[in-house]
Design a protein around this ligand. Sequence first.
Ligand code: ASP
Length: 339
Amino acid sequence: MSRILLVYTGGTIGMIKNPETGALTAFNFDELLSNIPELRLLEHKISTVSFEEPVDSSDMDISDYIKLAELIEVHFEDYDGFVVLHGSDTMSYTASAISFMFENLKKPIIFTGSQLPIGDLRTDAKENLITSIQLAGLKERGKTVIREVGLYFEYKLYRANRTTKINAEHFEAFESSNFPPIAESGVNLKINHEKLIKPNLRKKMLVHKSLNDDIMVLKLFPGLSQQTLSYLFKMPHIKGVILETFGSGNAKTDDWFVSLLESLIERGVYIVNVTQCVGGAVHMGKYATSERLKRLGVISGGDMTTEAAVAKMMYLLDKNLGPKVFKTIFETSLRGEMN
Ligand code: ASP
């Protein structure tokens, strides 16, 4: 028997329809539990805690990430695993951030949610919640199996910082194109042991609660003009840019474009190159269209998702690293977020 803490942050899973407006709004967390009597059949001991004011995940920002990390940290020693109920819209961003905030994590933190509210007849919430609890409580020969931040949705447990929400309609709402699921739920729970993070159990866990959101995500598109870009790059507070490039990390070779990036780097702003493709990786230097970025000192995001790159940038910006060390660390896998 494991002790599991369910943390409700908000999202469809715990929402009801306002009968007058038809809009979905968060409801009392106690009602969530009374809607799932099946929870009492589980072998694990389940406790619950909720954000005082649950939020739609589109309203989340770094203050919510810190609040969530603190909630888990305060209860860390009392539980064997954690299940975070979260809106699916920005779940990959929050879960990626939490993966960086917990260094040397030795217990599971599983994020889940649903496309339909728990009270809906056709809801996907029950299976997602029940299997997430089972995965968070899973032990083999008395030892915790999952020791990382995961995201469970529609029969698959993914490494959280590898995921992206790809569908607003299907129950299968998430994808992890560059990394296989770490577990799958069928008749049995199949764990992909080989792919799990195996932390050094002697190292102390550290919780990093300082994040910096002076960043920007810029998706390139053919037709992005010099006027627009030079205006955007004038923002004085920006410290990091996640540049979503084409294919394997390619971008315009026009001199105005390159010199705008150059002036940003000279100002001490970090630029990370991630691909806007759903799968594959950035290989700067493979084409002439990425060679100039490489020479400028643009950081390679490798096969990282935009969500993971955003979280890593927020996490590393407040660490006071010199530019060379920053680049080296960004290009190194810290929590299994890149190959
Ligand atoms: N808008 C909701 C949210 O992300 C959608 C969901 O829960 O899936 O909070």
